[in-house]
Write a protein that binds this ligand. Structure first.
Ligand code: SF4
Length: 431
């Protein structure tokens, strides 16, 4: 049926969602559909949505598409909540809906939609499906995003992901290793190991954490590649930190850790049901830093969680000051339907905005300060992204983004010397 019908896929959210879009594109290509990069050229658009921070940007985007392209066919996909479906169908009734559990059925969803038979394919199937070893059209041919599980072991009180994706389902280790092998054969130079909580990998199998074992198996694969480990819940990283530190020392591992803190106050962490204390979090960061100096630390903070007092917010500011992360994802609390936090007493929107602004300006200084240590650094980077104008972006072994100009291409490893630092990038010259 495809016969080169043009499809545009719009992706919102995390690496797992990008991986889902890459797989949907691969499945549709193999069914003789044509994947196009711009909306205008497409006959049908798939909106692969993320609702972790609310529906507003998905709905705004959909309104724009329907207003500018009233005849374009739409498939709403991704991390879908019931309220998003009703909001979307209020804008355009005749759409199909396919959620994150059913991406393997994207071809039939598109074919039915093309026949004006609008369908909803929702919910977990009886047999949980692993979303790897699927044909893919990668967003970046150099980067293989490898989801190692779906769902989550934890139940943070603000989180809708757990409600959408369900309990943790770890993918078989041999399937993950095979995905990595195939990716390297296809020319990928970076493997992004991703899930909601990478540190919990395998706990649904036998109650034990199997991430270190998995990473060692991946590092044994022949080839010239680097592994970037995705985010994990600190409470699960704490129990495997010693093993992870030895693994991170391997030259094929980016010296990079993404460990979301969420709040710098223990009472708020308790109400969030995160399962660790601020002290334990700081000890964990100190442990990684003393074993691997200059390791790049990325973390997350939620501003304005229900009940957060000024004083408790100050605790978050002071904790960020103390740990000085290299990257900080700030989010303004948004009550998500069905979560425990949604029924708690909410903080005024203006207060949340002010707190988010305050932590952003504080972090801008910290980010710049963190990059001071890279001034005059000389070493190798792998070019993994085209930058603006004539520039390229590369990553050093600490996953620091380095901007250069020059006659290079994706995948090249070049020796550079840092000339200038900014809060987000290092500017360098080839030497
Ligand atoms: S660790 Fe918590 S915030 Fe993260 S996906 Fe799991 S339940 Fe959600």
């Amino acid at each position: 049926m495809g016969k080169m019908t043009k499809i545009n896929i719009q992706t919102f959210g995390c690496s797992s969602n990008i991986s889902d879009s890459e797989a949907m594109a691969g499945l549709l290509r193999d069914a003789e559909f044509e994947i196009v990069n711009n909306l205008e050229d497409s006959y049908i658009v798939i909106i692969n949505s993320c609702t972790v921070k609310g529906n507003s940007n998905i709905i705004r985007n959909m309104r724009r598409i329907v207003k500018n392209h009233p005849y374009k066919k739409i498939v709403l996909a991704g991390c879908i909540t019931p309220d998003l479906i009703s909001d979307a169908k209020n804008i355009k009734e005749s759409i199909s809906v396919i959620d994150t559990h059913n991406i393997k059925n994207i071809v039939s969803a598109v074919e039915e939609t093309l026949n004006d038979n609008y369908i909803d394919i929702l919910g977990k199937q009886d047999i949980e499906e692993k979303k790897i070893n699927l044909p893919k059209i990668r967003k970046n041919p150099l980067i293989s995003i490898i989801p190692i599980s779906s769902g989550c072991m934890s139940s943070c009180s603000y989180c809708s992901v757990r409600l959408i994706k369900g309990k943790l389902f770890s993918y078989p280790m041999e399937s993950i290793v095979e995905e990595a092998r195939q990716s390297i054969k296809q020319g990928c130079r970076e493997l992004w190991i991703t899930s909601q909580d990478t540190a919990a990998y395998g706990m649904d199998m036998d109650g034990k954490q199997h991430l270190p074992e998995l990473l060692r198996k991946l590092l044994d694969i022949e080839g010239n590649f680097m592994i970037r480990l995705g985010m994990g819940n600190p409470k699960h990283f704490i129990t495997i930190a010693d093993e992870l530190i030895e693994i991170l020392k391997n030259r094929k591992m980016f010296k990079f850790m993404h460990i979301p803190l969420q709040s710098g106050n223990d009472d708020i962490l308790k109400t969030m049901n995160r399962g660790y204390t601020v002290k334990e979090f700081i000890n964990l960061i100190d442990k990684f830093r003393s074993a691997i100096p200059n390791i790049t630390i990325s973390t997350d903070i939620i501003c304005g969680f229900p009940g957060e007092t000024d004083e408790q917010f100050r605790d978050s500011l002071n904790t960020i000051d103390k740990i000085k992360p290299d990257a900080l994802n700030r989010s303004r609390f948004q009550p998500r339907p069905g979560t425990a936090a949604a029924s708690m007493e909410q903080i005024q929107g203006g207060v949340i905005k002010d707190r988010s602004r305050e932590i952003t300006s504080r972090f801008d200084w910290i980010a710049f300060d963190c990059n001071r240590k890279w001034k005059k650094w000389t070493g190798n980077i792998i070019i993994d992204e085209k930058g603006k104008d004539e520039t390229w972006i590369g990553r050093n072994a600490y996953y620091k983004p380095v901007i250069i100009e020059g006659d290079v291409k994706l995948g090249d490893v070049v020796k550079v010397s840092v000339k200038q630092i900014t809060k987000h990038y290092l500017m360098a010259e080839i030497v």
